[in-house]
Write a protein that binds this ligand. Structure first.
Ligand code: SF4
Length: 362
């Protein structure tokens, strides 16, 4: 309860914590799928409000963390091409690649720009026609529409000096792969509210239907997350398993039609490689043919041809992302690996489980 004074509605939180205590009839492991949930749970000390035997663990929902090392290495290698400017969101800057990071590359003289939106990258391309701007398209269904819009905008401007290194991923396929592996045993899942605003709640119907697990679509305030955990514990107690939407102020049952239309126009389903999970069929996207000139891999095939497999790393982010290793169980946690000297993305990302544990739970 140490962070209780940060909650906006202490009475509601305390009431929810009491209700969780009455619902927890058996041990439960609830996976918070999203990195934003991971950071919110740590920041607000939510684990201290859970009844004994109820555990919250992180899943594969931090977009920076699940970006595979080989994809990051490819993007970094693009920065060595003449005239190329790398453009990325800021949380990717310090993530260690096999040999360097974006920050390290910048220190070596490469041009690396940080943006808040892919559309900023398009504007940068317009302003610097003598350079080729490559945007690192990372993230789930939440960020994908903005990348699609940037590609369409670049097409409308007739730009020939903008492309996307597209490693976007889709959440349901990864969850299915994770649950099918049987490696991690969970009692229920907190599904990400922002992703669900795009794909709709039905995208998660397979979780109760195929795996018999309850889930709750939640927002990111402490009360939202506690309501989600309450829903899962209630479903468990009543022997039910369904997708409960407790984030009704933002999430609707059907998918967002405009976003879906935009995504379908620009992207086609494809396989993707996830850190810790490997290649998952249909869990990614590629840029469709009408927009192929904005595909960095098609523009710079020599970069991908010249890549070598990443060397072995002592970092165990893959296990953290699969929910089979708690950050504090990594022997390097807070010793060799710290936010100042991160060995893996989970320690450097603003949504990383190791970063959250280091900052708030040590
Ligand atoms: Fe990787 Fe560091 Fe996390 Fe260990 S503590 S899994 S080395 S990021």
């Amino acid at each position: 309860m140490k962070f209780i004074d940060e909650f906006r509605d202490q009475a509601l939180v305390q009431d929810l914590a009491r209700r969780l205590g009455t619902l927890a009839s058996s041990p439960a492991t609830v996976m918070e799928v999203c990195g934003t949930h991971t950071m919110a749970a740590a920041r607000f000390g939510l684990k201290s409000l859970l009844p004994p035997g109820v555990e919250l663990i992180s899943g594969p929902g931090c977009p920076v963390c699940v970006t595979d090392q080989s994809d990051l290495d490819a993007f970094l290698a693009l920065g060595l091409e003449p005239g190329v400017v790398l453009v990325s969101f800021g949380d990717m800057l310090r993530v260690p690649g096999s040999h360097t990071s974006l920050e390290g590359l910048r220190a070596q003289g490469a041009e690396v720009r940080v943006v808040y939106s892919p559309l900023d990258a398009v504007e940068l391309a317009r302003a610097t026609p003598e350079k080729h701007l490559v945007f690192f398209g990372v993230g789930f269904e939440t960020t994908m529409p903005a990348t699609a819009l940037a590609i369409q905008t670049a097409a409308r401007y007739g730009l020939d000096n903008f492309s996307v290194c597209c490693v976007h991923k889709t959440m349901p396929a990864a969850l299915k792969a994770l649950l099918s592996s049987g490696e991690v045993r969970v009692s229920g899942l907190l599904c990400p509210g922002h992703v669900t605003t795009i794909i709709g709640t039905r995208a998660f119907d397979f979780i109760p239907a195929e795996f018999g697990l309850p889930c709750a679509v939640t927002g990111f305030e402490p009360v939202d997350m506690l309501l989600g955990i309450e829903s899962i514990l209630r479903q468990m107690k009543e022997g039910k398993a369904l997708v409960d939407n407790v984030y009704t102020r933002a999430v609707r049952v059907p998918a967002n039609p405009k976003a879906r239309e935009l995504l379908a126009a620009v992207f086609a389903p494809d396989d993707a490689t996830w850190r810790g999970l490997g290649v998952i069929q249909g869990s990614g996207v590629r840029i469709r043919e009408p927009y192929a000139r904005f595909d960095a891999q098609a523009r710079f095939p020599q970069v991908w041809e010249g890549l070598t497999p990443p060397p072995p790393s002592p970092c165990r982010c893959g296990e953290v992302l699969r929910g089979v290793l708690r950050p504090v169980e990594c022997p390097l946690f807070a010793g060799t690996c710290t936010p100042a000297q991160p060995l893996g993305p989970c320690m450097v990302s603003t949504e990383g489980a190791c970063a959250a544990a280091y900052r708030y739970e040590r």
